[in-house]
Design a protein around this ligand. Structure first.
Ligand SMILES: Cc1cc2nc3c(=O)[nH]c(=O)nc-3n(C[C@H](O)[C@H](O)[C@H](O)COP(=O)(O)O)c2cc1C
Length: 389
């Protein structure tokens, strides 16, 4: 797609439609889908939409400053690109494009363990930029610790441990599409790929993507890349609080825990010395029927009581969602699919366009709310105070 074409995408939904047009169904559904009935996936969005704002008027909003502090350092806006695995199946080394887009917009990028671009490849692509490494705890714990060490060597600023995936969610779109990696060359798949020539040519040109961080992992019943089609098979379901404390000690740097929705878990993370928590349900891809993240946010904030930073993800599709989350009390939000749609539609220009849309909408929403800077996004903007306990 030409640069001009991508500029004709005016919303994240426009980018989603373009991604759907470009990708074979199995790949699009891998990114777009959630678990089981996709109730939590829809609820994440609905919870944002339920929040109505009370804008202030007659304030001089000719200048708006979106810069803020995230994990103790400056970010150009309270937004991060969150970790998403297997981006290379949508766009060759799509994680490099995502990291570059994050760099362009001055926001941190979180690299997934299951990325198709290695820890080192990303560090080389965006030297000096703020990078965080998201670690899944593999059954081979020593392999996980080596990944964390590699992140340290490559200059990553923080490690994010995702804790809502002791087993993979039941993602029925993937099952119905018979989606697997490496691709199975069934007649149906071949026909599907042939209908998407731009995608197929890009994949042929670049070669089958690999989960580069996991190369060398002994995975008895599956190939390295087979992990994508069987999410969680290699993850350690016995991972617990003691094991998390060991990771904290081994890493020794800034620690973020992602996938928390409860006050008691938050309290334990505070005591563990964690620096930040991400209120997340994995974008509705794990426990279907789980609480929407914006509904869980007040409980986590109240337990955190300012002792660690609280971020939130799940369903962020508009800049005004960032205002909503911050008005409730979050420090920042993460996006998963928003930038994924962009990168799948058009590579780096698509990823950048997603951030441009969110940044423009954030800026505009702040002005419309009479908030001149991030500190002025306060709870009085909400129609109803969140139900803090
Ligand atoms: C295709 C896809 C892959 C993901 N892979 C990971 C991952 O490897 N690690 C992780 O912690 N979260 C992963 N997530 C969850 C995201 O980090 C994030 O929590 C979620 O996408 C937020 O919801 P949103 O997509 O509505 O923004 C993934 C999400 C998607 C959509």
């Amino acid at each position: 797609m030409s640069i001009y074409g991508i500029k004709r995408a005016f919303s994240i939904e426009d980018l989603r439609i373009r991604a759907r047009r470009r990708l074979p169904r199995g790949v699009f559904d891998l990114y777009d889908g959630g678990a089981e009935d996709e109730l939590t996936l829809r609820e994440n969005r609905a919870a944002f939409e339920r929040i109505r704002l009370r804008p202030r008027v007659l304030r001089d909003v000719s200048h708006v400053e979106t810069a803020c502090s995230v994990l103790g350092a400056r970010s150009a806006m309270p937004l991060l690109i969150g970790p998403t695995g297997a981006v290379g199946f949508g766009w060759p080394h799509g994680e490099v494009a995502l990291a570059r887009a994050a760099q362009q917009f001055g926001i941190p990028f979180v690299l997934s363990t299951s990325a198709t671009s290695s820890i080192e490849r990303i560090a080389q692509a965006v030297p000096g930029h703020r990078l965080w490494f998201q670690a899944y705890i593999l059954k081979d714990n020593a392999f996980t610790l080596r990944l964390i060490e590699r992140a340290r060597q490559a200059g990553y600023e923080a490690v994010m441990i995702t804790v809502d995936l002791p087993v993979g969610g039941k993602r029925e779109r993937d099952l119905r599409n018979d989606f697997s990696v490496p691709f199975r060359w069934t007649p149906r798949n071949l026909a599907g790929f042939a209908r998407k020539p731009a995608w197929a040519l890009a994949q042929l040109w670049a070669g089958q993507p690999q989960l580069e961080n996991l190369l060398g992992l002994e995975a008895p019943k599956t190939s390295t890349s087979g992990i994508v089609s069987s999410v969680g098979r290699n993850y350690d379901a016995s991972f617990d609080w003691d094991a998390l404390a060991r990771i904290r000690d081994a890493w020794g740097g800034k620690l973020v825990v992602k996938g928390v929705v409860r006050d008691d878990d938050t309290e334990r993370l505070v005591r563990l010395g964690c620096d930040a928590v991400v209120v997340s349900n994995h974008g509705g891809r794990q426990l279907d029927g789980g609480i929407a993240t914006m509904d869980a946010l007040p409980e986590v904030l109240s337990a955190a009581a300012g002792r660690l930073e609280v971020m939130v993800d799940g369903g962020v599709r508009r800049g005004v969602d960032i205002v909503r989350a911050l008005a409730v009390g979050a420090q920042a939000v993460l996006v998963g699919r928003a930038t994924l749609y962009g990168v799948c539609a058009a590579g780096l220009p698509g990823a950048s366009r997603a951030l441009e849309i969110l940044s423009d909408e954030l800026n505009r929403s702040m002005r419309l709310c009479g908030a001149r800077n991030i500190a002025e996004i306060t709870p009085d903007l909400l129609c109803q105070a969140p139900a803090l306990r």
